[in-house]
Design a protein around this ligand. Structure first.
Ligand SMILES: *[C@@H]1O[C@H](CO)[C@@H](O)[C@H](O)[C@H]1NC(C)=O
Ligand SMILES: *[C@@H]1O[C@H](CO)[C@@H](O)[C@H](O)[C@H]1NC(C)=O
Ligand SMILES: *[C@@H]1O[C@H](CO)[C@@H](O)[C@H](O)[C@H]1NC(C)=O
Ligand SMILES: *[C@@H]1O[C@H](CO)[C@@H](O)[C@H](O)[C@H]1NC(C)=O
Ligand SMILES: *[C@@H]1O[C@H](CO)[C@@H](O)[C@H](O)[C@H]1NC(C)=O
Ligand SMILES: *[C@@H]1O[C@H](CO)[C@@H](O)[C@H](O)[C@H]1NC(C)=O
Ligand SMILES: *[C@@H]1O[C@H](CO)[C@@H](O)[C@H](O)[C@H]1NC(C)=O
Ligand SMILES: *[C@@H]1O[C@H](CO)[C@@H](O)[C@H](O)[C@H]1NC(C)=O
Ligand SMILES: *[C@@H]1O[C@H](CO)[C@@H](O)[C@H](O)[C@H]1NC(C)=O
Ligand SMILES: *[C@@H]1O[C@H](CO)[C@@H](O)[C@H](O)[C@H]1NC(C)=O
Ligand SMILES: *[C@@H]1O[C@H](CO)[C@@H](O)[C@H](O)[C@H]1NC(C)=O
Ligand SMILES: *[C@@H]1O[C@H](CO)[C@@H](O)[C@H](O)[C@H]1NC(C)=O
Length: 793
């Protein structure tokens, strides 16, 4: 042991003396203070008005002075609550005192739309020395949002109302954002987004990372960041921790050439006290203005020690190293507190999978009806809200079933009589899905799994009298083990009598009142058993059952609200660790999310945190809606283009289908899934296992009327996917891409295989691919052009 330690010390000393010390990312603060025009924070009842409605941050919880996050040291007020501390974006222009090439831009911000958890696109316009511009789209989160699904990097336990005199116990947040800047030209000024009344963007601190514009013969490497993650892989029978290292080439993109790029196998190793690299990270190409994210697999890291990052070329020679990076040990046991659980992240398999199928199936699949712009799975809610002819669902119900039929009378008609788990799984597989998420209990409280002594309101006791979830999960595990298994679970229930104590908003709890004023006055809650507390005796046991009895890999909660999720998450994660697999939990479980879940919407720009968009195949329903014409469903084109767009921005796509009450996936839905699957079969290599490209998700300047091409990357390739068929024998991309002479570009097709195509760049670095109209006709839905790097050595 001692000899080993001595060897480590000696080798570190040797490395020190020989290797080039790689710097960290540089940054320069921008002078925002002169523009400050708003006071966000109150202290001791001072009269701040952050949102224009008299509400303010509780200043005593905000960090003061220099504030370090992700390698940038921002500036915050030395004392909050004593004057203006932020600027409201309102089309102001901030000129740089010296024009300079810029690699990356960083801000601390908060949106002020109280109570709205959704994000708003805000556009910064960057102006360069030659007059050209770049738009940076910030999807801004609001300072608080119900139900607190998007926590920022700075959080306070409450905010102050009425100019600091009373408290609102919703958590508030300040958020951080970093993004790539074009470095074709020096940057001269930044114009802030135009003001959006009622939804304003507040800027607290801003910085940029300059490029290195030396005339270099060789890349200008820096370490952008390292992150000791909760992700791991088994390497020779032990659990190795993934350490994600991000390396940047700080030269401006305009200097792209063979000489300024890395274009051969480079490895990254990390060492430190007790720490060993068991599988080095590998990257092959790094052009000017770009960044590469690489996982290094390590063992033995100890929290509180420092690590050294070493980069070697293909000959094994050290090209640079960097020391002093803080290590964090791999979590091997989670405890029920936010500090422990916040360390958890989406696993590697989830990040690579990209595409999942969501299944809304339950009692609502029997009436299977909603007017346009309502969810069919919300049938029971709209039947009661409002309980009169201004609700289309109430009218539909009266006309179709009469006033003596109640929602629970549908339970026997949710038969699952044609449900065939093998057929479903086979379809998901051919559709190209890498995971699925089954609704196991929606807001109507009807479960599709064995709920034991908590309630008899389940498919095991009522309706089909089958454990539908077990059938699906067992079949998936046996027949399609490569498809990961997830569960949706609604935390609240609309009309559960035991939820009345906790009810809020559209989830009041308490028995539903008969909407037709017939008898009974209050509807039954079929299957209800006496329990004393909804959270402790029903919600938590259900969630634990899904985790420990069904071994779900994705806990996809809905709605949030009262919960015991800290206790749940610790057991969920520890159970998975003991079983040797990795799991994840979304942001609707009320606490400690791994990923966010935009619903029927996507983002305009790359989000570096994990996210997943869900949408029904129906234009506005997750559950089957027989009032929708099947021609309105998302077809192969829409599915593929939505998926590629999301993946180019670092998201996953969870596409929902609604089976019938008998358990059939109707032909139009199945066919559209198969259309998309047929494309993924030959072009999936531009989707699965890819990553977003640091510089941008898409062509920033497509011709008018043409959808911008999307980009994805792998360590040895770069994909360009267009949504409009290239015309005039050319595809032009208005952006310098990480390509070098000798790279081979192929159009991915099914019929005739991959077609190699000639390509060139013009004097501005734009890419031109020659592709004939005949080749273009080989493809449907989207055109995937894959460039394979021509590496040195
Ligand atoms: C707020 O009050 C506390 C306690 O009276 C005091 O210590 C603190 O300095 C005050 N803060 C400001 C900003 O006035
Ligand atoms: C923003 O400022 C520019 C000039 O800097 C001006 O042309 C434009 O009209 C302004 N936009 C709004 C909405 O005021
Ligand atoms: C701007 O350039 C001048 C002259 O090169 C230099 O003295 C000054 O420090 C620079 N200012 C900034 C903010 O970089
Ligand atoms: C907060 O104070 C401002 C002026 O200081 C006043 O205009 C506003 O009405 C106050 N708001 C509330 C909610 O008290
Ligand atoms: C959150 O804010 C809303 C609107 O002001 C309020 O109704 C609710 O009670 C707050 N929630 C908490 C936990 O304070
Ligand atoms: C720029 O990059 C070159 C090549 O790596 C390096 O020698 C030089 O020190 C860098 N300059 C700065 C200011 O970092
Ligand atoms: C690359 O470097 C070589 C050798 O130093 C030099 O001859 C060549 O001109 C350089 N090429 C470019 C594109 O800078
Ligand atoms: C880790 O490195 C940093 C930066 O080099 C240094 O300040 C710190 O003291 C080191 N910590 C330990 C535990 O060695
Ligand atoms: C359930 O199905 C049976 C048999 O098809 C039918 O007679 C009955 O009307 C259905 N119940 C409801 C509530 O529609
Ligand atoms: C259900 O059974 C479990 C295990 O036997 C027991 O701990 C729990 O108290 C029971 N719950 C209820 C509501 O009866
Ligand atoms: C989840 O429960 C915790 C602990 O009771 C609570 O603080 C949190 O606000 C809940 N989450 C939501 C979204 O209500
Ligand atoms: C697919 O759906 C899109 C959007 O609704 C539509 O524009 C397109 O024509 C459809 N394609 C086919 C082949 O039906």
């Amino acid at each position: 042991m001692k000899a080993n330690g001595l060897w480590t010390i000696l080798s570190i000393l040797c490395l020190r003396s020989l290797a080039i010390e790689l710097p960290r990312l540089p940054f320069v603060l921008l002078p925002l203070e002169p523009l400050f025009d708003n006071q966000a924070a109150s202290v001791n009842g001072s009269s701040a008005d952050f949102d224009g409605q008299g509400n303010s941050f509780a200043g005593q919880f905000l960090p003061e002075g220099p504030f370090a996050y992700d390698g940038i040291i921002y500036q915050l007020p030395m004392i909050w609550g004593t004057g203006n501390d932020n600027v409201i974006a309102n089309n102001q222009t901030l000129a740089l005192s010296n024009s300079t090439f810029v690699h990356e831009f960083h801000i601390l911000y908060s949106g002020d739309n109280s109570g709205d958890a959704t994000v708003t696109a805000n556009r910064f316009i960057l102006t360069f020395l030659d007059g050209s511009t770049q738009t940076l789209t910030l999807e801004a989160s609001n300072w608080w949002g119900w139900p607190d699904l998007n926590p920022g990097i700075i959080q306070t336990p409450y905010s102050l109302q009425a100019n600091g005199t009373s408290r609102n116990f919703n958590h508030t947040s300040i958020f951080q954002w970093s993004t790539a800047v074009n470095s074709e030209q020096p940057l001269t000024s930044i114009t802030f987004p135009e003001v959006n009344p009622g939804n304003r963007l507040h800027l607290f601190s801003m910085a940029f990372s300059p490029s290195n514009d030396s005339v270099a013969n060789g890349p200008a490497l820096v370490i952008r960041r390292e992150k000791f993650t909760s992700r791991w892989e088994m390497v020779s029978d032990s659990r190795a921790q993934a350490v994600q290292v991000t390396i940047a080439n700080l030269l401006p993109t305009s200097s792209l050439s063979v000489n300024t790029s890395i274009n051969s196998k480079h490895t990254i190793e990390i060492s430190g006290p007790g720490m060993t690299t068991v599988v080095p990270g590998v990257f092959y190409r790094l052009v000017p203005g770009d960044q590469a994210r690489v996982d290094v697999l390590t063992t033995g890291s100890t929290t509180g020690t420092n690590a050294t990052i070493v980069i070697k070329n293909s000959a094994g020679k050290i090209v640079g190293q960097s020391t002093g990076w803080p290590a964090t040990a791999l979590v091997t046991h989670y405890t029920a507190d936010t500090d422990s659980l916040n360390a958890h992240e989406t696993p590697t398999w989830w990040r690579k999978a990209k595409y999942g199928i969501f299944i809304h199936w339950g009692v609502y699949s029997y009436p299977a009806w909603a007017p346009p712009n309502e969810y069919a799975e919300w049938y029971n809610y709209y039947l009661h809200n409002p309980p009169n002819s201004s609700s289309p669902t109430w009218i539909h119900h009266l006309e179709t079933y009469g006033k003596n039929v109640l929602y629970d009378d549908f339970i026997p008609n949710f038969t699952a009589s044609k449900f065939n788990a093998s057929a479903w799984l086979d379809l998901f597989d051919r559709a190209g899905a890498r995971y699925f998420v089954q609704v196991t209990k929606h807001h109507d409280g009807f479960a599709l799994f064995d709920t034991g002594n908590t309630t008899n309101r389940s498919s095991v006791i009522l309706g089909p009298k089958r454990d539908l979830l077990k059938e699906l999960f067992d079949t998936a595990a046996a027949e399609k083990p490569h498809i990961h298994r997830g569960t949706y679970y609604s935390l609240p229930e609309w009309f559960n009598p035991d939820y009345a104590k906790y009810g809020f908003g559209e989830w009041p709890g308490g028995l539903a009142r008969n909407p037709f004023n017939t008898t009974p006055t209050f509807e039954p809650y079929t299957g209800h058993l006496n329990i004393s507390d909804y959270i402790q005796d029903l919600q938590l046991p259900h969630m634990l059952t899904l985790a420990t009895q069904y071994n779900t890999e994705i806990m996809w909660c809905d709605i949030g609200g009262p919960n015991n999720t800290l206790e749940f998450a610790a057991e969920f994660y520890n159970h998975a660790l003991a079983g040797g697999y990795q799991v994840t939990m979304n942001n609707r479980c009320g606490a400690v999310p791994d990923f966010t879940t935009p619903e029927y919407e996507t983002f305009n720009a790359i989000q570096t945190n994990s996210w997943e968009s869900s949408e029904g195949m129906d234009p506005f329903s997750y559950g089957l809606n027989t009032a929708t014409n099947a021609s309105e469903y998302k077809n192969g084109t829409t599915i593929i283009q939505t998926l590629v767009d999301i993946v180019s921005k670092n998201g996953n796509f969870l596409l929902d289908i609604g089976p019938t009450a008998e358990g059939e996936i109707i032909a139009p839905m199945a066919n559209n899934l198969l259309e998309a699957g047929s494309w993924l079969e030959y072009a999936g290599e531009c989707v699965y296992d890819t990553e977003y490209w640091f510089q941008t998700s898409q062509d920033p300047n497509p011709p008018s009327g043409v959808a911008p091409a999307r980009f994805t990357t792998t360590p040895m390739s770069f994909c360009i996917v267009t949504f409009d068929a290239p015309t005039e024998n050319n595809l032009v991309i208005h952006k310098r891409l990480p390509l070098l002479p000798g790279d081979e570009i192929k159009l991915l097709t099914s019929g005739v295989g991959d077609i190699a195509l000639p390509w060139s760049t013009d004097s501005s670095g734009n890419l031109i691919i020659n592709v004939s109209s005949i080749d273009v006709k080989e493809v449907q839905y989207a055109w995937a052009f894959k460039a394979t790097y021509d590496l040195d050595d």
